[in-house]
Ligand binder design. Structure first.
Ligand code: ADP
Ligand code: MG
Length: 212
């Protein structure tokens, strides 16, 4: 294993863009119930912009940090919805977490993954249980870190992350939204999955497939 390089990261973003595009209508429908029905559109715009920004790069000439910062910038510029700055911050933090490295070890990728979730939390100021994407991202990164700390390979750590994200997204059904647009619904948000938590599962699932 020579580590995860820029070509692997680009492949990962391409995989996320394809998965989100395939999931776009379902994400819009979920957002239609407790939000404004644009979440699939926002996520597809963002990840398609990332894919297009990375496409012309000479991957042998740039480091992971530059690629991730480019992803952050293109996502932010493409997305007007609240998911824009949340994912842009995730990628900026990921970039900072691997600064100066040409390729990433499993441990460094797990650190990058944790930095993404922390970025989303810091940017949106949502805590667990407030019915947001944090309810998928935080347990996912905790599961990845715990599995990695137990000496397992990256594929297994990411599988554990995906399973935790799925459980976390499902659990948002029983939560009352306390952050973002759907918080205006109060108790009426009960019984419905949060669209941002649902798309986090799709993003993490594509990461698992691409890197696992
Ligand atoms: P908008 O609400 O502006 O239309 P999107 O539809 O793209 O944006 O995204 C909605 C998702 O964003 C929600 O389902 C939720 O998961 C997430 N979200 C909203 N506000 C926050 C926040 N403060 N912290 C974390 N996630 C948030
Ligand atoms: Mg929306």
């Amino acid at each position: 294993m020579t580590g995860i390089g820029t070509a692997d990261l680009k492949k990962m973003f391409d995989a996320i863009a394809a998965a989100i595009e395939a999931d776009r209508d379902r994400l819009c429908q979920l957002d239609g119930v407790i939000g404004d029905a644009d979440h699939g559109i926002a996520m597809a715009l963002g990840f398609n912009a990332v894919r297009d920004a990375l496409a012309p790069l000479d991957l042998s000439a740039i480091e992971p940090t530059a690629l991730l910062n480019m992803a952050a910038k293109s996502f932010l510029n493409a997305v007007g919805a609240s998911s824009g700055p949340l994912y842009a911050t995730a990628f900026m933090r990921a970039a900072a977490a691997v600064k100066g490295k040409a390729t990433l070890t499993d441990a460094e990728f797990v650190a990058l993954f944790q930095a993404m979730a922390q970025g989303i939390k810091d940017r949106g100021k949502a805590e667990l249980g407030e019915k947001t994407m944090v309810d998928a991202w935080q347990p996912a990164t905790e599961a990845a870190a715990a599995t990695h700390a137990a000496g397992k390979p990256l594929a297994e750590s990411l599988q554990a992350a995906l399973a935790a994200a799925e459980r976390g997204a499902e659990a948002t059904k029983d939560m009352v939204a306390a952050k973002g647009r759907s918080s205006r619904l109060g108790e009426r948000s009960l019984g419905h999955i949060d669209p941002g938590a649902a798309s986090a599962v799709t993003v993490i699932g594509a990461m698992v497939k691409s890197l696992g």
